[in-house]
Design a protein around this ligand. Structure first.
Ligand code: TXA
Ligand code: MG
Length: 331
């Protein structure tokens, strides 16, 4: 753990990278190359990847072993950078001015032609953005020059990591590199506030408190404890539904169906429009393509989307979770 000065053979995983200027440059280079790099923020360690790279974002879900595609937070160095990826109204501006950099994540509408991976938003039309207040996170974000998606750097269901050692214990060689920046000061994930509707809604409590925000933007609805309110839009079945109906486990498609295939599909028939999630049957590639393919097939105007079976292993579980929600009866 302490051999930071040991020569890098390029073989050891994960690489433990010190938070020096050279280390930060290396971390940024790995991120730009689509690799997974854990790094400290003031709240918890994040498992970072280039938020514009579908494959890199899919690798986050694979590394965490998440059975679902929860939307991820995009990290940027400042409000100016945040403007490239989210639509900020007056409330969002006021909160950003007061609390950024800091432990506040804002969910705002996602611009129509965003270069961000659709997987980052788990197919939603919104995006969660945060400007972390940690010198190492700041330096990495500036050096990378890319928006960085970063959930907490732990396996799904495990507690959030506040030291590089926690990350190593939880993710081990599932992450390419860990930037060793000491202990996180806040130790609790950021406050998440949803500003996509006329009413501001607290999605996750954190160090920035509701009344601090209310002083700036007026009433904030606390979704926690309100049984009628969604905890997170990502958990709402209807948010995952395309316009077209969805039929699962299809071995062929009917004439008026669009067809979402997986694996070699030369001898599979039907579908007015068809797209393949991964010809090679690679689940990481399939996850990276899932939301964009579903959108494209939906936009083809088909009445229904037929979907070939996806194996229920690894990322296949998250893909199937998403597809089952899309196929669930509509309310
Ligand atoms: O403190 C933090 O926020 C840490 C550090 C690394 O920045 N990150 C973190 O990310 O906790 P994660 O992925 O573990 O939590 C993201 C939360 C989830 O509750 C997710 O549902 C919510 O943010 N979220 C993300 N995008 C959303 C969206 N478009 N709509 C609603 N909720 C969203
Ligand atoms: Mg987490």
């Amino acid at each position: 753990m302490t051999d930071h000065s040991a020569p890098d053979t390029g073989e050891k995983r994960p690489a433990l990278i010190p938070a020096t200027p050279a280390g930060i440059a290396r971390a940024a280079e790995l991120l730009r190359a689509g690799r997974l790099v854990a790094f400290p923020t003031e709240t918890v360690y994040g498992l970072g990847a280039d938020a514009t790279d579908d494959r890199a974002v899919a690798a986050i879900f694979a590394a965490k072993g998440r059975p679902q595609f929860n939307p991820l937070i995009v990290h940027v160095p400042d409000l100016a950078a945040a403007h490239s990826w989210g639509l900020f109204d007056d409330r969002a501006h006021d909160l950003a001015t007061q609390f950024w950099p800091g432990p506040l994540t804002m969910v705002v509408p996602r611009p129509a032609n965003s270069a961000l991976s659709l997987l980052v938003s788990a197919g939603l039309d919104s995006i969660a953005i945060r400007v972390p207040n940690h010198p190492v996170a700041q330096a990495i974000l500036r050096a990378a020059g890319k928006p960085i998606a970063a959930p907490s750097a732990n396996r799904s269901g495990a507690v959030s990591p506040t030291t590089p050692h926690h990350v190593l214990e939880s993710l081990g060689d599932r992450v390419d590199a860990i930037v060793t920046g000491g202990k996180c000061m806040v130790g609790l994930e950021s406050t998440v506030i949803d500003l996509t509707g006329p009413e501001a809604v607290l999605l996750r409590p954190g160090a920035v408190l509701p009344d601090e925000m209310e002083r700036l933007i007026g009433p904030v609805r606390l979704s926690a404890g309100d049984p009628m309110a969604p905890k997170s839009p990502g958990q709402l079945e209807s948010h995952y539904a395309p316009n077209a109906a969805v039929r699962l486990n299809a071995s062929s498609a009917e004439e008026d169906e669009a067809f979402l295939t997986f694996g070699p599909d030369r001898f599979v028939f039907g579908g007015t429009t068809r797209l393949n999630l991964s010809l090679e049957g690679d689940l990481n590639e399939a996850a990276a393509n899932l939301f964009s393919h579903l959108r494209s097939l939906d936009q083809s105007g088909a009445r229904r989307i037929a979907v070939m079976p996806i194996p229920e292993v690894g990322l296949g579980m998250a893909i199937n979770d998403r597809l089952r929600r899309a196929a669930a009866p509509r309310s």
